[in-house]
Write a protein that binds this ligand. Structure first.
Ligand SMILES: [Zn+2]
Length: 306
């Protein structure tokens, strides 16, 4: 073998090995009757977690299975499908995308296209930003993204229905991304909240129409009197705990930005701000403050001059 062939062989065999070895090793957690969650990592997307940072879940009703979010890649979607098939032999009739962020919907590529549904505005946002997100994820995650084609959902029309013994409601909000779908199962009291709720993990604010909107949505979520919340990120818990984890952080961030803009402080002052001790349990807080400072703070500065 020539030296060139040897190098080529070693590159190819490393890639084949990597392709064989990577797996999300999904472990479903049963959180209520017929209801399961796959917990995402509380870190940034990286080549160890393969982009599985958001929680996904599913409800295995007596008639068919409903999936909530499909994760970051086709491989993830395929592994999620295997997990579901190990638990229920029923078909998958509905696959919901909570919103247009790539950690929640790129796994669509593994599912039947006709089952993929989202809010109307989410379908437009995926049309506009989906390819860009997909190529960013390919760059960051490499082999994990293999064969992940953009597979957009269509608009959901049915909002309240009974399915195999579960009374389900699909509710539209907007505070996190402009179009945020939540799924409430009245039968079990489980609320799949998507990224409207982050639990002990600092919320990402890049596409919020405004923190006031988001806080308003959280107040409405409280009124559902859900028993259990599956947050978009962070551990599953009692509804009140997770909602107040999100609102405590957002209220603090809003006040910090308002006060800083009034004082004429710079973006760097926000990035380097002291974190109060009551927020020490919020994972990724320094990272998310930096992102919010860049995306959100200019709006607060503009508001001062209006
Ligand atoms: Zn999101």
């Amino acid at each position: 073998m020539t030296r060139f062939a040897l190098v080529l062989f070693s590159i190819l065999s490393t890639q084949i090995l990597a392709a064989q070895e990577i797996s999300y090793s999904l472990k479903p957690i049963k959180i209520a009757e017929n209801t399961y969650v796959l917990r995402g990592s509380d870190k940034e997307i990286n080549t160890s977690n393969g982009g599985h940072i958001a929680n996904t879940g599913f409800i295995t009703t007596a008639k068919c299975t409903v999936v909530f979010d499909t994760g970051p890649s086709k491989l993830y979607g395929q592994e999620l499908l295997k997990v579901i098939k190990n638990i229920s032999s029923k078909p998958i009739c509905l696959v919901l995308n909570s919103h247009f962020h790539p950690d929640h919907f790129l796994g669509n590529a593994a599912f039947e296209k006709s089952s993929l549904k989202a809010l109307g505005k989410t379908t437009q946002q995926i049309g506009r930003h989906g390819e860009h997100f997909r190529s960013n994820y390919y760059e960051a995650l490499g082999i994990w993204m293999r064969d992940t084609e953009l597979t957009p959902p269509s608009e959901i029309t049915k909002k309240q229905f009974e399915l195999g013994g579960h009374q389900l409601s699909i509710l539209p909000f907007s505070g996190h991304s402009g179009a945020d779908l939540v799924l409430f199962d009245k039968t079990t009291g489980v609320l799949f909240a998507g990224d409207l709720v982050f639990h002990n993990r600092a919320p990402a604010t890049a596409h919020t129409p405004g923190i006031a909107w988001w806080l308003n949505d959280l107040e409405k979520l409280k009124l559902l009197n859900a028993k259990t919340i599956v947050p978009g990120h962070g551990p599953v818990t009692q509804a009140e705990t997770a909602i107040s984890s999100t609102s405590t952080y957002l209220t603090w961030l809003d006040q910090l930005m308002k006060a800083s803009a009034t004082e004429g402080l710079e973006i760097m002052d926000i990035i380097e701000t002291d974190i109060p001790t009551h927020l020490n349990n919020q994972k990724m807080i320094r990272y998310e403050i930096s992102r919010s400072a860049i995306h959100l703070y200019p709006k607060y500065e503009d508001a001062i001059f209006e």
